[in-house]
Design a protein around this ligand. Structure first.
Ligand code: ADQ
Length: 454
């Protein structure tokens, strides 16, 4: 069988025997560990010149990374990928900016990736690219003469055409994307947004089964909701040593714990969530002294201004809300601005009576799925989930909320904390069943099969 070549902006820092990480890394690592293969991407280092690093092998996996120059990093990573594309893909067009020079930098880095990888590619290799950093990458490989099967999976949402077209280089981007043979999305809504664009604005013709004839090629599109290793998450939550640690932490908290875990990103709806928790405290005084809301949110992309701003805002809000409601023996909101390892997070999920996952938009949101997987099926907690997270398409027995509706979210918190055990079990069981069907293995196998399939 042909070799798998995975390409992503970052290559996970994997070691032999290391516990599985979240999301992308967990999914592709399994495949690479089983069959061997190559994983290529940016090293994470910014150096004098964009240049390859020596290869490294971990078991059957070859890791190959390149450094980026300061100019490439600024134009590609800070600029077009995270300053323009990320906000547009998450419907946050007011937070985006656009410079043609940064778009050129994005293309330049996609070309650079292609030039570095091409000499290592064998004719029957299957090339699987990930995410919004690499929309032009297949086109760059094609320009070098590669005819391999090349696919991309988008971990982010894909917006409606009217939103995507606010990015001035939308036509160039979509034309480049059509260099891929297969484009995978998290949900049908995302796939429809992309295909609608092809049909309405690029003269695309629907051929059935997700295929579209466009720009003299046939591009296949599909829906592949990413999942989690359900049993592994539960086992991590249950390991006695992890459990003891969680119970010790729990002793410092109030009777009821509402938990949120996110990267610190404006798309995750943290500001609106803090406001909703404040509304909950104002509207449900009977809960005072009984509940702790813990928000874990380590900074990400902290050299980008919009990210610095949201961090400052949240720090201010956390202090203000506690100042307004705290008692000498009760601090309602705990805001932890750092990351925690999975052996701490998973048992903490299991301890929490409710998990608030309320992004303004999210491709999938694996925290929601991890929370469900970590629960004791006999006494599960309640997931409060934004209807704008990809996960809401599958986890429709969660308490679904609109993240822009403060009072609706406040009511959902109160309802979650007082939900009878029978109802909690029914909702949890239904979610668990869907998650077992749409497992991480299935996500990976279906994408690989469709990419091979032609
Ligand atoms: P992210 O935006 O990073 O991922 P998410 O899916 O919620 O969002 O999290 C990915 C992983 O990071 C999870 O396994 C989670 O446990 C871990 N994580 C998140 N916050 C953490 C914290 N504070 N401390 C420690 N670990 C934390 C992108 C897309 C999502 C999509 C994933 C996978 O934005 O929509 O679900 O890719 O496709």
């Amino acid at each position: 069988m042909s070799r798998l070549v995975v390409v992503s902006n970052r290559v996970a820092p994997i070691q032999e025997g290391e516990a599985t990480a979240g999301g992308l890394a967990a999914g592709v690592l399994d495949a690479l560990r089983q069959k061997g293969g190559l994983w290529f991407g940016w090293s994470g280092d910014v150096t004098e010149a964009s240049a390859p690093k020596p290869h490294r092998t971990v078991g059957p996996i070859t890791l190959f990374t390149i450094d980026l120059s300061r100019r490439d990093y600024d134009d590609f990573y800070r600029g077009f990928a995270n300053g323009t594309l990320w906000p547009a893909l998450h419907y946050q067009i007011g937070l985006g900016r656009f410079e043609w020079s940064e778009f050129e930098g994005y293309r330049r880095v996609n070309d650079l990736f292609a030039q570095a990888l091409a000499p290592m590619v064998q004719p029957d290799d299957l090339i699987w690219a990930h995410d919004y950093h690499l929309l032009c990458f297949a086109d760059s490989l094609r320009a070098l003469g590669l005819t391999n099967r090349i696919g991309i999976f988008l971990h982010t949402p894909w917006p409606a055409p009217g939103v995507f077209m606010t990015v001035p280089s939308h036509a160039d981007l979509v034309r480049s994307m059509c260099g891929y043979d297969l484009i995978g999305f998290q949900t049908e809504i995302d796939r429809t947004g992309f295909v609608d664009y092809l049909v309405r604005y690029a003269n695309g013709e629907r051929l059935g089964s997700g295929a579209v004839r466009v720009y003299d090629r046939v591009v296949k599109t599909g829906v592949y909701p990413i999942g989690v290793h359900v049993d592994e998450v539960r086992a991590q939550a249950e390991t006695p040593i992890n459990r003891r640690q969680a119970t010790r932490m729990r002793a410092f908290l109030m009777e009821r714990l509402i938990l949120s875990v996110d990267r610190l990103d404006y798309s995750k709806g943290l500001r609106q969530r803090f406001a909703a928790f404040e509304r909950f405290l104002a509207d449900f005084p009977a809960q005072h002294g009984l509940v702790t809301f813990m928000q874990i949110a380590p900074p990400s992309r902290s050299d980008i201004e919009t990210y610095q701003r949201i961090r400052r805002e949240l720090e201010g809000e956390a202090g203000r809300i506690n100042g307004r409601f705290a008692e000498v023996d009760w601090v309602p909101l705990r805001y932890l601005n750092r990351s925690f390892p999975r052996n701490v997070l998973m048992p903490l999920y299991a301890e929490a009576q409710a998990c608030l996952v309320t992004p303004l938009r999210d491709g999938m949101n694996l925290v929601a799925k991890e929370y469900v997987a970590a629960q004791d099926p006999e006494d599960p907690g309640v997931l409060i989930l934004s209807e704008f997270a990809g996960a809401a398409r599958e986890l429709d027995t969660a308490l679904l909320v609109n993240p822009y509706d403060e009072s609706g979210m406040a009511k959902a918190m109160d309802r979650a904390l007082s939900m009878p055990a029978e109802e909690r079990r029914e909702r949890h069981q239904a979610m668990l069943q869907v998650m077992r069907e749409n497992s991480l293995e299935r996500w990976r196998d279906r994408f690989e099969r469709d990419l091979r399939g032609g």
